[in-house]
Design a protein around this ligand. Structure first.
Ligand code: MF3
Ligand code: CO
Length: 255
């Protein structure tokens, strides 16, 4: 599949999708507390998205049954919200969410601590987020996809972590998943050249132990093979002639 270069109009729509997504994440962030169920988190996300007249893009995507992927501790991504799963003090939780505004997608994820978390857990969350910003530094026209992959990979590897290989970032736009793939590990192949108007979901999925993952019986929930913690951080990014622009952001709201 060819990489779609977005027009000014499409970029405008993705900016608005991203703004609404950032506002949604802000409400989710406030809701994360010991005692809340992952089901309730999903419902808050869906409500906020619909309150802006947007569509939750994950709901029914390939049969996924919710609007927010809620992944706790050793769950890497695609955790299915449940009334029975109650967040506990000391957990970490990754919230992955997507919205469609007038036909255009934005996709982003955050990982939070629940109550008081260990230093080991907070370091993982911090390094995962930082690795995204390392990648952002090389999001320049003329560089290649592998520059992004290598930036994430080198940053997390130097700090003793591993990057999930079975799942990758992706182009995003009129579809949730578009070309190109954006891996978080490198085998040195340059990959496609970055061009202005490309929009990428860059999403480090970083583990404390092995990079290997497994799928649970629900066929969605991805977990670390060794049961160690995993964190996820994602934004939708526009490549420009100059500095990259994070589209999944809103004024006054922390990234
Ligand atoms: N953010 C995820 C991704 O980038 C999307 C979740 S997949 C879904 O692939 F099926 F749950 F929607
Ligand atoms: Co994504």
């Amino acid at each position: 599949m060819a990489i779609v270069i977005k027009s000014q109009r499409e970029i405008e729509l993705m900016r608005e999708a991203g703004r609404i997504l950032a506002l949604t994440h802000e409400e989710l962030r406030k809701a994360v507390k010991p005692g809340i169920s992952t089901y309730e988190i999903d419902k808050i996300g869906e409500e906020v998205i619909r309150s802006y007249g947007c569509i939750p893009s994950f709901l029914n995507y390939n049969g996924y049954p919710a609007s927010v992927c809620v992944s706790v501790n050793e769950e890497v991504v695609h955790g299915i919200p449940s009334k029975k799963r109650i967040l506990q003090d000391g957990d970490i939780v990754s919230l992955d969410c997507g919205v469609i505004y007038k036909g255009y997608h934005s996709d982003s994820a955050r990982t939070y601590g629940v109550g008081e978390i260990s230093e080991k857990a907070s370091d993982l969350i911090k390094v995962t987020k930082e690795s995204f910003f390392e990648a952002l530094k090389v999001c320049k026209a003329g560089n290649h996809i592998n520059d992004i992959s290598k930036a994430v990979f080198d940053y997390i590897t130097a700090r003793g972590y591993s990057a999930v290989r079975d799942l990758v970032g992706h182009g995003v736009g009129a579809n949730l998943h578009e070309a190109p793939e954006v891996p978080n590990f490198t085998r040195l192949k340059k990959g496609p050249k970055l061009k202005p108007g490309m929009t990428l979901a860059i999403e480090p999925m970083i583990n404390i132990g092995t990079y290997e993952v497994l799928w649970l019986d629900d066929d969605w929930t991805v977990v670390t093979a060794d049961g160690e913690l995993s964190a996820h951080y994602e934004n939708t990014v526009l490549i420009t002639e100059g500095e990259p622009e994070i589209l999944s952001r809103a004024q006054g709201i922390e990234l």
